[in-house]
Design a binder for this molecule. Structure first.
Ligand SMILES: Nc1ncnc2c1ncn2[C@@H]1O[C@H](COP(=O)(O)OP(=O)(O)OP(=O)(O)O)[C@@H](O)[C@H]1O
Ligand SMILES: [Mg+2]
Length: 488
């Protein structure tokens, strides 16, 4: 081991330069560092040892199980580990029968996550990240973001990543397509991590919402929670719950996007409370299409044909008036609303908001509808009023009440700019690709994006499809002697 200064010889390029000018100052090549072979060997041995320890620690569970079985086999013969395995399998089967969700939670999910971690993510981590440009090489050393954890669900994997210091989630969003192809997913979303410097990558393997969801079962009244009505499914397979208590809901979607299925799934979810008199639905149906079929279910129903001079507007004004009366009655008494027979929770469903606020030919009616809606949405939340509005066009010119609806659902939209108008700034960048939802009813109707209270990231959802047959059955349940068609 020694520093060695070497004079440039005739073979060196610099020397060739020097030869051209015999009076040039002598130039020296950089020193050459000779690493002794012994040291090279020691360093490599230490590295191999460290790698082995890391491997053992990372795979502690499967390795302990395997070595335990191998030891039993060695000590008592092969029959013993086979028997132990059979016993474990029997135990698991019994556990599945007794408490399936617990088995999924404690056995299936961890096993699947581990398998995906070793067979996909850890195996392809370096090549994919290098190709996608997410690694950095500095002074000959490669820096690789680290893979912290994998959580695998039935249709998607969530991968927690520690980014390189100085890296931002943007860098990952830009190469989301590379990552998806690299790890064999159909789509990758970048989500905020559990702390700064870390992000979750959401790899969608299979679309859990590709098939229509049939109408959900009608629950017992005591199981219904107005703060989280189950109306469909989220992308990860869990229920999509919609809050009505203390909020208003805007459903935006192009024609045929499935606004009707969100409305009907919601009505279906509260049906038992409607039958019990704790919830009332008042429906405004300018197009005379969506809601007329279940008209018998509604406490009040307004449509254009009944009274072009303002049947629907009167309904809204009556609601606003009653709401004001309630507000006066409750003033100072209570801040949270609990539905009762005297004061039922009132859901005002307006199928085409834009008709009332923009397209209605009579200017006076438009103004009256707009002001009734503004009153209801701005003050009705705490006194048991909830407005559910549907509309095709999310632009401001068409509905300037948009911001009075705290919860908004973006079904298929015609233009990408409309996504942020519905869900708020940056929603599309965070993955709400509502403009890319298929217009084929079986694939895309009822599919949309929502923002939940728990996370700023939009979640992909699909509403259950309540068919005409289901609506007829609902009417029959409410009014056994009224025929649905007759009622409509
Ligand atoms: N959740 C769903 N799952 C599967 N198919 C659905 C779903 N919702 C709606 N569809 C299908 O899509 C068609 C259009 O749906 P819907 O009438 O609800 O759209 P819309 O958004 O109300 O449109 P418009 O604005 O024209 O009234 C329905 O006839 C039905 O066949
Ligand atoms: Mg409709």
């Amino acid at each position: 081991m020694a520093w060695e200064f070497r004079k440039l010889g005739p073979g060196d390029n610099v020397a060739v330069e020097a030869q051209r000018d015999p009076f040039a100052a002598p130039k020296w090549a950089p020193p050459v560092w000779h690493m002794p072979e012994g040291l090279v060997l020691i360093v490599n041995l230490v590295r191999a040892l460290l790698r082995t320890i890391v491997f053992l620690v990372r795979n502690i569970v499967p390795l302990s199980v395997l070595s335990g079985l191998a030891w039993l086999g060695y000590r008592f013969g092969w029959l013993v580990p086979v028997l132990v395995l059979a016993l474990v399998l029997v135990g698991l089967s019994v556990w599945v029968v007794v408490d399936r969700p617990a088995v999924v939670r404690w056995v299936v999910r961890p096993a699947r996550s581990w398998w995906r971690l070793v067979s996909v993510y850890r195996r392809d981590w370096q090549p994919v990240l290098v190709t996608a440009g997410l690694t950095k090489t500095h002074k000959g050393r490669e820096y690789l973001p680290s893979l912290v954890r994998v959580r695998s669900g039935p249709t998607s994997d969530r991968v927690l990543v520690r980014m390189l210091k100085g890296q931002a989630p943007d860098a990952w969003e830009r190469v989301a397509v590379n990552l998806a192809h690299g790890f064999g997913a159909t789509l990758v979303r970048v989500r905020a991590g559990d702390r700064p410097g870390r992000i979750w990558l959401e790899f969608v393997r299979r679309d859990a919402l590709a098939e229509p969801i049939p109408a959900l079962p009608i629950l017992a009244p005591s199981d219904i929670d107005l703060s989280g009505l189950e109306i469909g499914r989220q992308e990860d397979g869990s229920p999509w719950r919609l809050r009505l208590l203390g909020t208003h809901v805007l459903i935006a979607g192009a024609t045929g996007a499935g606004k009707g299925s969100v409305i009907w799934s919601t009505i279906r979810a509260v049906l038992p409370l409607m039958l019990g008199g704790l919830v009332e639905v008042w429906a405004v149906d300018p197009k005379r299409m969506e809601l007329s079929f279940g008209r018998a279910l509604f406490e009040r129903y307004g449509r254009y044909r009944d009274d072009p001079k303002g049947g629907m507007v009167e309904l809204l004004e009556a609601a606003a008036q009653d709401m004001n009366a309630r507000a006066e009655r409750f003033a100072g008494m209570t801040r949270s609303f609990t539905p009762s027979h005297e004061f039922p929770f009132r859901v005002v469903v307006v199928d085409e908001l834009a008709f009332l606020t923009a397209y209605c030919p009579e200017r006076d009616l438009r103004k009256r509808a707009e002001s009734a809606l503004a009153v209801l949405t701005s003050q009705g939340r705490s006194v048991g009023y909830c407005v559910i509005g549907a509309q095709q066009d999310a632009r401001k010119e068409v509905n300037n009440l948009r911001n009075l609806f705290p919860d908004r659902i973006a079904l298929r939209l015609d233009e990408d700019e409309q996504v942020d108008m519905v869900l708020g700034d940056g929603a599309r960048d965070r993955g709400a690709l509502a403009d890319q939802i298929s217009s084929v009813p079986d694939i895309g109707a009822g599919v949309g994006f929502v923002r939940l209270e728990t996370t700023p990231d939009p979640v992909r959802v699909r509403a259950a499809y309540v068919s005409d047959h289901d609506i007829r059955a609902m009417v029959a349940l409410a009014l056994p002697d009224v025929d649905a068609e007759g009622a409509a």
